[in-house]
Design a protein around this ligand. Sequence first.
Ligand code: ADP
Ligand code: MG
Length: 271
Amino acid sequence: MTATTTRPAAEPASPAATPLGLVEVRGVHKSYGTLEVLAGIDLVVRPGEVTVILGPSGSGKSTLLRVINHLEKVDRGFVAVDGDLIGYSRRGDTLRELKEKDILVQRTRIGFVFQSFNLFPHLTALENVVEAPVSAQGRPRAEVEVEARELLARVGLADKVDARPRQLSGGQQQRVAIARALATRPRVLLFDEPTSALDPELVGEVLDVIKDLAHGGTTMVVVTHEIGFAREVADTVVFMDAGRIVEQGPPAQVLDAPRHDRTKAFLDKVL
Ligand code: ADP
Ligand code: MG
């Protein structure tokens, strides 16, 4: 892939000129070989808002989150987070593609919580939370440790700071992962099906933590099939199918009065 194909097409659409949202996805296309996984996505997430993304398996939800977090490059369009163009640095009018090291720094401004927790197995809960602020952001370990303990307490794990992932339940591991995602003081949190890998009785404790964050004003994008959660917490519900946003709006509209047959069919299945 060349720099030209990934370069944002038009400066008038520059996020610095029109900062509509904390997250702005504009005209994003992404293909794997001949499969177009994102077929022109436009999404704006305003500061403090919770956006819930619904859609059938394979509709491109994870790819969209991965594109926002720069785990994948876009083929066309652009993503900006808090005015920063993802994958680029801006000096005056010049855009430069970021180098790997700078991508890691940019990624610390975005928290990502995966379905499968992805904790470092050999590190304690505390060490997992401390890692990125120290190694990627270069913050002093002592200061970060104080904050990490507070974050672990906030997700209900004050007594588990020294536990390693294998000593924790899935719900506890996911709460460590949420504390870890918060540790870099991100501008936005992305969740990719954060409760899908959990035993049913552990789902609630993780959703409760996410709800607390939402009520505290954390900006977030949550991919989930938990419709009750969407109804309670989402400012905007987005329904995706086949790489496109089919419809979006407040939960009462998309969940209770969907306009599109594909949304209706999906909701009939999951409700
Ligand atoms: P969802 O999260 O909505 O289930 P994904 O974004 O994971 O959907 O995937 C969308 C489509 O892209 C699927 O058909 C999937 O098989 C395909 N896909 C995802 N990642 C890759 C990849 N790295 N290489 C090839 N195909 C991929
Ligand atoms: Mg997925």
